[in-house]
Design a protein around this ligand. Structure first.
Ligand SMILES: Nc1ncnc2c1ncn2[C@@H]1O[C@H](COP(=O)(O)OP(=O)(O)OP(=O)(O)O)[C@@H](O)[C@H]1O
Length: 248
């Protein structure tokens, strides 16, 4: 079964292929890491999947439905969630308020009602999400006062508020201090384990990639060089030459 299908997708600027005929099928519960040297086209592929860019050719299907022509917000409603390299949290609001705002945005209604304590559903769902990303102990803190690793967890919480089936994570470890990496890795691991969710993650930290991924997809000059188990990808001589040989 395929939840996200990228079928023969290309994106050209003029005659230059930035993403070059990429085909990728992701299953429920699957965790796939997308790696490749700087400029390989990883962010561009994320932009095509999330709808910020339209492919020059090819199709993108979400749960079997062709979403190639849909705007990003309509893809989000169809179950696609994405984090960005830059932080999207409201620094002056508390952790709980940030999550409640995202839950409310998904369900409709006013934040004022939740603040008065009259929207119990939002309160309950927000608490569940905070527990899932292991941030309950920071619930009352302002988001701006969190360490990088905790901010990343909060960004994941905001994503979960949209009840996504497919999560695109863009370099979740970027800027996170080494001591905060293991806790964040465990939260990210939990996103797919038995949940039916699917994760596609761009990440430069190879130890994290090898630890988390069921499969590793390798982009090089916009084309997919390989998509296989971490062990098989690491053993692939062409991948080693094209990617690991470049000192990343
Ligand atoms: N809007 C654009 N106009 C022109 N060139 C672009 C545009 N977007 C991306 N590119 C080029 O496409 C190539 C791929 O860029 P992209 O950001 O997708 O790579 P990446 O694999 O995400 O790199 P990084 O690991 O550095 O984030 C780069 O050479 C980039 O300069």
């Amino acid at each position: 079964m395929t939840v996200l299908a990228v079928e023969g997708v290309s994106w050209r600027i003029g005659a230059v292929p930035i993403v070059d005929d990429v085909t990728l099928h992701l299953a429920p519960d699957e965790f796939v890491a997308l790696i490749g040297p700087n400029g390989a086209g990883k962010t561009s592929l994320f932009n095509l999947i999330s709808g910020l860019r339209r492919p020059t050719s090819g199709r993108i299907l979400l749960g079997g439905r062709d979403v190639t022509g849909l705007a990003p917000y309509r893809r989000a409603r169809s179950g696609l969630g994405r984090t960005f390299q830059t932080s999207a949290v409201f620094g002056s609001l508390t952790v709980t308020e940030n999550v409640a705002l995202a839950v409310q945005a998904r369900r409709g209604g006013a934040l004022r009602a939740w603040r008065r304590g009259s929207d119990r559903d939002v309160t309950v769902r927000s608490a569940q999400i905070l527990a899932e990303v292991r941030l309950e102990h920071r619930a009352g803190r302002t988001a701006g006062s969190l360490a990088h690793g905790e901010k990343r967890k909060l960004e994941i919480a905001l994503l979960l508020a949209g009840d996504p089936r497919v999560l695109l994570l863009d370099e979740p470890m970027a800027g996170v201090s080494a001591e905060d990496v293991p806790a964040l890795v465990e939260v990210i691991r939990g996103l797919t384990a038995g949940t039916g969710r699917t994760v596609l993650m761009v990440e430069h930290h190879m130890d994290v990639v090898l630890d988390l991924a069921d499969r590793v997809a390798v982009l090089h000059h916009g084309a997919l060089l390989a998509c296989d188990t971490p062990a098989a990808v690491m053993a692939d001589a062409f991948v080693q030459h094209a990617y690991l040989g470049e000192g990343l």
